[in-house]
Design a protein around this ligand. Structure first.
Ligand SMILES: *[C@@H]1O[C@H](CO)[C@@H](O)[C@H](O)[C@H]1NC(C)=O
Ligand SMILES: *[C@@H]1O[C@H](CO)[C@@H](O)[C@H](O)[C@H]1NC(C)=O
Ligand SMILES: *[C@@H]1O[C@H](CO)[C@@H](O)[C@H](O)[C@H]1NC(C)=O
Ligand SMILES: *[C@@H]1O[C@H](CO)[C@@H](O)[C@H](O)[C@H]1NC(C)=O
Ligand SMILES: *[C@@H]1O[C@H](CO)[C@@H](O)[C@H](O)[C@H]1NC(C)=O
Ligand SMILES: *[C@@H]1O[C@H](CO)[C@@H](O)[C@H](O)[C@H]1NC(C)=O
Ligand SMILES: *[C@@H]1O[C@H](CO)[C@@H](O)[C@H](O)[C@H]1NC(C)=O
Ligand SMILES: *[C@@H]1O[C@H](CO)[C@@H](O)[C@H](O)[C@H]1NC(C)=O
Ligand SMILES: *[C@@H]1O[C@H](CO)[C@@H](O)[C@H](O)[C@H]1NC(C)=O
Ligand SMILES: *[C@@H]1O[C@H](CO)[C@@H](O)[C@H](O)[C@H]1NC(C)=O
Ligand SMILES: *[C@@H]1O[C@H](CO)[C@@H](O)[C@H](O)[C@H]1NC(C)=O
Ligand SMILES: *[C@@H]1O[C@H](CO)[C@@H](O)[C@H](O)[C@H]1NC(C)=O
Length: 664
């Protein structure tokens, strides 16, 4: 309690309190239990390698001939600096290291790619240990950090034997946390009739850990201009302060605000480690164009410009950070930059059409951005709605009203302009015959729809894009983009199509987690419609499947979706002073979880049987919330007393711990 009060006073709690209870879910927490990790198995050897398995118990192995190599498996995605002992070397011995996330790119002559995409898949090459080798302890140079990998290959590059031991990796991510497993939130659902009864729990923790691997020290960004082949460097400065949240562990290792639209809710429900998010947002505002108010598309050293949608995502990220943290001091500090950035978007609204006219056409990778694009207008709508809310928290009712009016006008205009009744979906722009996955998912999620029927049609329409590997985005043909998939997932829940959401979850995230093309722990940036790693081959990635990131925060949509929708727990005002519990039972029989804000612990457990529903809700004293029951009952009790909600399902509760029982 003392800690909670302290946290409420300090505007931000830097280290989590680790409030999540212990239980069987802890077995699925992928974060390492130490900042130094060791290989867990020998994936393979080639040539003359003696005693390779001794390396797993801190014994020595000898690589005896040129080209002989051993591949060590850390068992899951890691990232950091390798150290090892050279026990016996000669003047002419030499070795090199190569790194890869996917087992497909285990090669003694090259790592997977991170510096630049190239069809030869070997742009990065290997890390040569400078010769002549000397006996003793060696550590990978700081600037040559490899941010994400699972497999380490050590190859002898001379005829003379080399004896090595004591191989470890010093984890580079989450630099401000000693105990990376110390989550403040959790989620647990065991589903006996699933293909893997622990799938939902695994995917929740996979997303949480993915975002941890993307939480990095300030001076570990990918070097720009990109180093020439072969090579890589990760010692660029990423922003105004660290630690900072980037898109991916291996690459790009830069702040991308669109990605944060998914990654930050993941971070909130799992670690509540929002400092890296604040640093990323501060970085974007600090780089705002003083004249126009435009925000950059990405953080330094990339500092990409020219994206109206990512400009919008920085503003949405600001709202999310403020909602979760209740950091009024920071919000007030960026407020004039924030409102200037909103004006920048408002200034793009065309007086004739009433729609935002996109001129900054860079986006998440989709094609045909520009002009009166519906996805961009959906994002702008959400910016208006959020801004009205923030303005009212800051007691600026005039501005709040102005933003709210803009929002409601845009909602009508949006529906008049884009709704295509024959398709039951929104179109891409005023003349397009394409109904994009992004705009339709966001429109449902942001409540641009005007009726439940309309949302239901969109949910149904989106399913037409599926195959066995997931949802193929028509606005980026042949591509499965889990970033947009994460919004689609939420749209199915939000429109009450829970079974459809669960189906998509199994196809798309089930594929990523279990396919032996992937790192099988953290989540892929994207892939093609037949499940291959050739993501964005024709769209900037130069047919390089080795360039794809296997630990991308933007693919972690299920983590927050399982907490916000399946468990049903969300905050509706800063720090959860007000909250909502609205479980989506989704065919499951028992779910529990919770998270923490500076106000304290929020926990939910529910079980359901054919004619009853049991719910327990823990929330801090001084808060209040609404429970929306997933079933109507003939008898409802709250803490043992009969309740009779007027609509049959909504209950208002004060903070504290409650049990609710519904008998049908
Ligand atoms: C393994 O070694 C053999 C010869 O000893 C060689 O033919 C083969 O190409 C090597 N494999 C790899 C992956 O280097
Ligand atoms: C070191 O390697 C050399 C050459 O292979 C060998 O002759 C020597 O015995 C080794 N020394 C030890 C201490 O293993
Ligand atoms: C791979 O292609 C890049 C250009 O994209 C080139 O710089 C590099 O030298 C090539 N690597 C090899 C091994 O050919
Ligand atoms: C080791 O093998 C590589 C590739 O076959 C070759 O280029 C290199 O010259 C060899 N090194 C020595 C010292 O023989
Ligand atoms: C491995 O052995 C070396 C001595 O050879 C020792 O310094 C090191 O601490 C050991 N590492 C572990 C993890 O026990
Ligand atoms: C990164 O490291 C390289 C190699 O050590 C060095 O040349 C370069 O100046 C460093 N860049 C920055 C931004 O520190
Ligand atoms: C606001 O934007 C200006 C550039 O227009 C920048 O110099 C300043 O640091 C920004 N303020 C904050 C709090 O980010
Ligand atoms: C607004 O949109 C209309 C219709 O597309 C176009 O004719 C007009 O030039 C636009 N106005 C501005 C100021 O861009
Ligand atoms: C509208 O979208 C389509 C793709 O759906 C694209 O081909 C076209 O160029 C876009 N039109 C405008 C005016 O942006
Ligand atoms: C969504 O919009 C409709 C009006 O179109 C409104 O009645 C409803 O309350 C909104 N839902 C939420 C959750 O804001
Ligand atoms: C509960 O009953 C009300 C009418 O009393 C109905 O409108 C509502 O749809 C029902 N809700 C559920 C979840 O069955
Ligand atoms: C609510 O339950 C939690 C355990 O889930 C406990 O730690 C907390 O003290 C309880 N709060 C109140 C107000 O009883």
């Amino acid at each position: 309690m003392v800690l909670y009060v302290l946290c409420a006073i300090l505007t931000l709690c830097i280290s989590a309190l680790g409030a999540a209870p212990n239980g069987p879910w802890d077995a699925f927490n992928l974060a390492p239990d130490s900042r130094t990790v060791y290989p867990r198995s020998v994936h393979g050897i080639n040539g003359t390698v003696t005693d390779a398995h001794s390396l797993l118990s801190n014994g020595s192995a000898t690589l005896a001939a040129n080209g002989s190599f051993v591949t060590l498996d850390f068992g899951y995605e890691v990232g950091g600096w390798i150290s090892l002992n050279f026990d016996n070397v000669s003047d002419s011995s030499s070795i090199a290291l190569s790194f890869t996330e996917s087992p497909v790119f285990i090669r003694p002559y090259a790592s997977d790619d991170s510096s630049y995409p190239s069809a030869n898949t070997t742009y990065d090459g290997v890390l040569e240990v400078p010769a002549p080798l000397t006996t003793g302890y060696w550590t990978q140079p700081i600037a040559r950090l490899r941010g994400g990998y699972r497999y380490l290959t050590i190859v002898s590059t001379s005829h003379d034997p080399v004896t090595i031991s004591n191989i470890s990796c010093a984890i580079s991510f989450m630099p401000h946390w000693d105990n990376m497993k110390n989550y403040s939130g959790y989620f647990y659902a065991s589903v006996p009739d699933f293909f893997d009864e622990d799938f939902l729990t695994k995917i929740w923790y996979s997303g949480a850990y993915t975002v941890q691997t993307d939480t990095v020290p300030l001076n570990t960004g990918r070097e720009v201009p990109f180093v020439s082949s072969p090579g890589w460097l990760n010692n660029a400065t990423l922003g105004v302060a660290g630690p900072i949240i980037v898109d991916g562990a291996k690459r790009d290792r830069a702040v991308w605000p669109g990605d944060m639209g998914i990654a930050v809710p993941t971070q909130f429900v799992s670690t509540n480690d929002l400092l890296p998010t604040r640093n990323a947002l501060s970085t974007m505002f600090a780089a705002q164009n003083a004249e126009t108010g435009a925000l950059p598309e990405s953080g330094p050293p990339l500092s990409q410009q020219g994206s109206d949608t990512y400009h919008g995502w920085t503003l949405i990220g600001t709202y999310n950070y403020f909602l979760y943290s209740g950091d009024y001091e920071w919000m007030e500090n960026v407020w004039s930059n924030y409102t200037k950035a909103v004006r920048y978007l408002a200034g793009k609204v065309n007086a004739t059409t009433g729609l935002l006219d996109v001129t900054g056409t860079r986006d998440w990778g989709r094609l045909w951005q520009g002009g009166f694009n519906s996805e961009a207008n959906a994002i702008y709508y959400k910016v208006c709605v959020n801004s009205a809310e923030i303005a009212s928290y800051l007691n600026n009712s005039e501005l709040s009203m102005e933003y709210a009016t803009n929002a409601s006008t845009l909602k009508t205009t949006f529906n008049d302009a884009y709704w295509w009744a024959t398709e039951g979906m929104y179109r891409d722009n005023l003349t397009s015959t394409l109904c994009p996955q992004d705009a339709n998912s966001l429109a449902v999620l942001f409540n641009l729809t005007e009726s439940a029927e309309q949302a239901a049609l969109i949910s149904e329409g989106l399913e037409r894009y599926w195959n066995e590997y997931g949802s193929i985005a028509p606005e980026l043909p042949d591509t499965i983009a889990p970033f947009i998939g994460g919004f689609e997932l939420q749209a199915h829940f939000a429109s009450g199509n829970d079974r459809r959401a669960m189906d998509l979850l199994r196809r798309e995230w089930g594929y990523m987690l279990y396919t032996n093309l992937s790192v099988q722990s953290t989540l892929l940036e994207g892939y093609t419609s037949n499940g291959s790693l050739y993501y964005r081959s024709t769209d900037g990635y130069n047919y390089d499947p080795a360039y794809t990131s296997h630990s991308h925060g933007w693919s972690t949509g299920p983590t927050s979706a399982l907490t916000f929708y399946v468990l049903g727990l969300t905050v509706t005002s800063p720090q959860g002073r007000t909250w909502l519990v609205a479980p989506h039972t989704s065919g499951l029989s028992s779910v529990q979880g919770g998270f923490e804000t500076p106000r304290g612990w929020f926990g939910v457990k529910w079980t359901t049987a054919s004619t009853s529903f049991n719910l327990s809700v823990d929330s801090p004293e001084g808060t209040s919330g609404t429970v929306i029951l997933p079933i109507n009952g003939t008898t409802i009790t709250v803490d043992g007393s009969i309740a009779q909600p007027s609509d049959g399902i909504s209950l208002h509760l004060e903070g504290g711990n409650h049990t609710i029982f519904v008998q049908n």
